[in-house]
Design a protein around this ligand. Structure first.
Ligand SMILES: Cc1ncc(COP(=O)(O)O)c(C=O)c1O
Length: 403
């Protein structure tokens, strides 16, 4: 790539600027390879990964069993289509259901698509209830994706604006505000076909929902015969210390969506529907060419196998406790730190200043973290990170916050 005069990063940046639509605000680094919790850039500089590709590479980089699963499956078959049965699909659906609650799975390729399927499920439920105008409720500050339906359910006007009319009859509730929840159900009552929410709002700044807010959401959806759907795309697959975040709240929803870490970096998404509602999406009601291809399913199945067989969830608590303690100490020492939030290894550090310059400085010093909701540093290391590397990463973050 380098021509001897220009640096590799300058050359890639120039090509990207010329040929890629300018939809992302990128940092001037190009990662070449990763090992476990470490990433290496174009100059072989090492970074501790506290971001996991935005909650995707939960098993770290270069995980040998994932690579082997990909090799074995590509040797056999990658894709045949949903016209035929697939052992990989069946086994993946089985492991998802056996680790959540009785129900069935639709497999797609991304989080957006999983939420698109959830949207269709809610609408189908509304139509089955004979609603003329089925209403969907969602949370302010939420993020559910970029397709028309999923961005219509996204509680962030900067994502929704600029595209003309979106999907109608979607209304937003203030997170953790029980009055706002009650008044939405007072206003729309039986016309509600579903409520979709993240249990910990991710892109919106790592904001955990309270138990009583979630309990109330369950009560009101039950009373109005509407679906309660949890978006577990960022929180699922062990990120919060349980396989799925809803386990912390004590009950499974009517449906939930998965993507990101489900495929350990290979694109895959899923809608998981509780037994009672599985007939809503019958033959012909939904589909995908790539969704559930042999390769994606093999990787996702292997991801489950690794998390379960290595008892990865058990190790998270100690690392999480250490990280939270370090961050609370930073909060007490540095006035720019406003709040520490999150669960497990899904952590947000809310600052009194914009977080992007802090993230840029961390990057310079060899730590990858992510800036979200303007003032939040999002910390999501691989579930496999060692205590030592977690502490080293915290040292770098502290050195930056110290100023
Ligand atoms: C909670 C949540 N839902 C949905 C999505 C969309 O997923 P994808 O980017 O795979 O379409 C994201 C992505 O960040 C997310 O965090």
């Amino acid at each position: 790539m380098t021509n001897g005069t220009k640096s590799m990063i300058a050359e890639i940046k120039e090509l990207s600027d010329k040929y890629l639509l300018n939809t992302y605000n990128k940092y001037p680094v190009t990662f070449q390879y990763g090992v476990g919790e470490m990433l290496y850039d174009q100059d072989n500089k090492a970074y501790i990964d506290f971001q996991s590709g935005i909650a995707v590479t939960n098993l770290g980089h270069g995980e040998a069993d994932i690579i082997e699963a990909i090799r074995v499956q590509t040797d056999k078959i990658m894709h045949s289509s949903n016209l035929y049965y697939s052992e990989g699909q069946a086994k993946l659906a089985q492991v998802i259901i056996e680790n959540s609650a009785p129900g069935k799975v639709f497999i797609c390729n991304s989080g957006t698509e999983a939420n698109e399927a959830a949207f269709k499920l809610m609408r189908k439920h509304g139509i089955a209830k004979n609603l003329m105008k089925p209403v969907i409720l969602a949370l302010d500050g939420s993020f559910h994706g970029r397709s028309t339906a999923s961005m219509s359910m996204t509680g962030n006007s900067s994502i929704r604006e600029g595209f003309g009319d979106l999907v109608p009859d979607i209304h937003f509730i203030t997170p953790n505000d029980e009055d706002s929840l009650i008044s939405a159900f007072d206003n729309y009552g039986e016309n509600v076909c579903g409520l979709i929410m993240e249990l910990i709002i991710g892109e919106g700044g790592i904001i955990p929902m309270t138990q009583s807010f979630v309990n109330l959401a369950r009560k009101l959806t039950e009373e109005t015969n509407s679906l309660l759907i949890f978006d577990e795309i960022q929180t699922g697959m062990g990120r919060t210390g349980k396989m799925f975040c809803f386990e912390h709240y004590g009950f499974a929803p009517d449906a939930f969506t998965l993507a990101k870490a489900l495929g350990s970096g290979f694109p895959i998404g899923a809608l998981v529907v509780a037994e009672e509602y599985t007939s809503l999406l019958g033959k012909g009601a939904h589909g995908s060419t790539f969704g559930g291809n042999h390769l994606a399913c093999a990787v996702a199945y292997e991801t489950f196998r690794i998390i379960l067989s290595r008892n990865l969830l058990e190790g998270i608590e100690t690392i999480s406790t250490n990280m939270f303690q370090r961050l609370e100490t930073m909060k007490s020492l540095y006035p720019i730190v406003k709040e520490v939030r999150g669960k497990g290894l899904h952590i947000g550090l809310d600052l009194n200043v914009p977080s992007r310059p802090i993230v840029e400085e961390c990057l310079k010093r060899g730590l990858v973290v992510n800036s979200t909701a303007n003032s939040v540093i999002r910390i999501m290391p691989p579930l496999t990170i060692s205590l030592e590397k977690a502490a080293e990463g915290m040292d770098i973050l502290e050195s930056v916050l110290k100023g």
